[in-house]
Write a protein that binds this ligand. Structure first.
Ligand SMILES: Nc1ncnc2c1ncn2[C@@H]1O[C@H](COP(=O)(O)OP(=O)(O)OP(=O)(O)O)[C@@H](O)[C@H]1O
Length: 601
């Protein structure tokens, strides 16, 4: 690599870090070595080690400014660089115009920094861009016409101060899209609502249309000035409409007051709802402090009143909520307090609350007591997990840690879990055919394999994989929840933990295939039962009766059963790893597809 490239890179990093030289030294960037051959940290070269292709400088505590001129006005770097990722630093200032000269950029990631000002219009000239991540900055103004970039598949801009209208993107191309918690206005462009749920748009008070509950029609009605352009006839219509709204409003108010009274009465009778279990957060110069002021009935016996901020010695640092994505960051945590909350489950590892907010947002807050993991360890683990993304893994939106208590905030999934789908009402089961089960198995396997691979070095497995931790998202796709939240001590033999996940996955496969509980009322283990039946003779007897009605796929069902049984081998070393499981399921899916083509012919 040319000396000029080395020097540009070193100067770029020096400006980015604002501590001339220190970061360069730490990352091993120095003019006397070669970026590619001597393995400078944070960059990726081409196969022949001749040019620098990607810069990954995420989470390095860099607090300078972005001087793209060192990269984008300097040949040959400007022609080779295709990824610039500086997420989760403290970089401030504006995004320079000359970024447009880095024409090969496919990814530009600056989430979790302190960038301000407008996005330069030159950004829309980066025609090769596929992923643009701008979340959690202080960016403002109108968006340039990014819809000109036809290959864009990811646009994340939540938690900024952008205004104006959302461009007419080609949403069908997008894997992810989020503009929540900005100041966007007007109607959501066509198709936005068909591809993305309200979470992608919420928190923009002047935005309307599908999938938000605010109808554009209602905003326009308020803007009409009566008597100017409208005929008398229309005015009369409006008066009628307004009167209708007023009557409806009064009616709804009466109902709400009635419900509140009823609810208070119920609470005073001591039900398990959390209306007294308020979660307090104070927004203080952008720092969210998070505490509980009183406890739900479950803790009342031991400690009647409790405030994390006042009783815990850790002070501010132990009270920090670390927002990892937009939705929570943009929220005032006082709102969280006011929101009604409900205890919906008490699992082996903690309690789960459903907390309801304005804009129709609903969160699931998991609360662990005495987890036995230090705050430092917990934070490190959460940040590590947060870096790994997969569409079928539910990320925590925020987390909190004190000595005795840990909280995790997730998006609430109103379609329930795979457990409820399989073992809930018999109605559910009927509409749960073999192909959907196979598809779900394949998606969970791929997501788990992805997580295992990405977190292998950090030795973080899921640790508690089961069907109640597989949640069905708005689109009825399965999402693995609560990744990596098991007790730290049981993670000690990391290879065993990864193989334990494989066991958990095997049980999920058995549940999908048999429709039976992992442990029945008499305490019989599903895995043991299946093994016993199969030992006598390979038979389809174990399969769910509603699946047997679809006899056409019996052979593939038995093949999947073989995979499941391998996964639940008693000896961890005898179990396949998740990559092998993915390959086996893929081959069953291929067989299934071929068979259905032949039967159609
Ligand atoms: N984000 C979520 N949205 C909707 N439901 C959820 C969410 N997270 C968990 N649940 C459901 O809430 C219930 C309680 O969850 P919780 O995680 O406390 O218990 P669990 O999974 O049964 O046990 P464990 O503590 O071992 O994980 C489960 O039925 C689970 O499927």
């Amino acid at each position: 690599v040319d000396d000029s490239v080395k020097s540009s890179l070193i100067q770029f990093l020096a400006k980015l870090s604002s501590q001339n030289g220190q970061q360069n030294h730490y990352l091993g960037w120095n003019i006397s070595s070669d970026p590619c051959k001597d393995g400078w940290l944070g960059l990726v070269c081409d196969g022949r080690n001749e040019s620098v292709k990607k810069l990954f400088l995420d989470g390095l505590n860099l607090s300078g400014t972005l001087q793209t001129s060192f990269l984008c006005n300097s040949k040959p770097l400007m022609d080779s660089l295709n990824v610039l990722s500086i997420n989760y630093n403290n970089i401030s200032g504006e995004i320079p115009d000359d970024i447009e000269n880095c024409k090969e950029l496919t990814r530009f990631h600056i989430r979790g920094n302190k960038f301000n000002g407008n996005l330069p219009s030159s950004l829309s000239k980066l025609v090769n861009l596929r992923r643009l991540e701008l979340s959690n900055n202080n960016l403002s103004g109108n968006l340039p016409d990014l819809s000109r970039i036809s290959g864009l598949t990811m646009f994340l801009a939540e938690n900024n101060m952008f205004s104006g209208e959302i461009p007419q993107f080609e949403f069908s191309n997008f894997e992810s899209f989020n503009v929540s918690f900005n100041n966007f206005s007007g109607s959501i462009p066509t198709n936005g609502g068909s591809y993305f749920a309200s979470n992608s748009f919420m928190g923009n008070p002047l935005l309307c249309g599908e999938p938000l509950p605010t109808k554009c029609h209602s905003i326009k009605l308020q803007e009409v000035k009566p008597g100017v352009e409208e005929s008398n006839h229309n005015n009369k219509d409006h008066i009628l409409i307004y009167s209708g709204y007023i009557i409806l409003g009064v009616f709804l108010t009466v109902i709400v007051i009635f419900m509140i009274c009823k609810r208070r009465k119920k609470e005073s009778k001591g039900d398990s709802r959390l209306s007294t279990n308020r979660v307090v957060a104070v927004d203080d110069d952008g720092i969210n402090k998070f505490s509980t002021v009183s406890l739900s009935s479950e803790y009342k016996t031991s400690k009647p009143e409790f405030s994390m901020l006042s009783t815990e010695s850790g002070g501010l640092s132990s009270s920090l909520i670390v927002p990892t994505t937009s939705v929570v960051n943009g929220l005032k945590f006082e709102d969280l307090l006011k929101a009604p909350a409900e205890l919906i489950g008490r699992g082996n590892h903690g309690s789960l609350y459903k907390v309801m907010f304005d804009y129709g947002m609903v969160f699931a807050v998991k609360r662990f007591k005495d987890w036995g993991i230090s705050t430092d360890e917990f934070m490190k683990r959460m940040w590590t997990i947060d870096r790994v993304k997969h569409p079928n893994v539910l990320p925590p939106l925020a987390f909190y840690s004190s000595d005795h208590e840990k909280l995790l905030v997730y998006e609430f999934q109103s379609n329930g879990s795979l457990f409820s789908l399989l073992h809930g009402s018999s109605q559910n089961k009927k509409s749960f055919p073999w192909m959907s089960r196979l598809e779900i198995a394949g998606r969970i396997a791929k997501a788990l394999a992805h997580m295992h691979k990405a977190l292998e070095q950090d030795e973080i497995a899921h640790g508690n994989l089961k069907s109640s931790n597989i949640l069905m998202n708005w689109n009825m796709e399965p999402c693995i929840s609560e990744y990596g939240l098991m007790e730290i001590h049981s993670q000690s033999h990391e290879s065993k933990s990864f193989r334990s996940d494989v066991y958990g996955f095997g049980l999920i496969l058995l549940e999908l295939l048999t429709g039976k509980l992992v442990k029945d009322e008499e305490g019989i283990c599903l895995a043991d039962w299946v093994k016993t039946v199969l030992r006598e003779e390979w038979t389809a007897e174990v399969l769910d009766s509603s699946l047997m009605a679809e006899a056409a796929s019996e052979e593939r069902m038995v093949n999947l059963l073989v995979v499941a049984v391998k996964c639940v081998e008693s000896s961890p070393n005898a179990r396949p790893n998740m990559n092998q499981v993915v390959a086996m399921i893929d081959s069953i899916k291929e067989d299934e597809e071929e068979t259905s083509i032949i039967s159609v012919q």
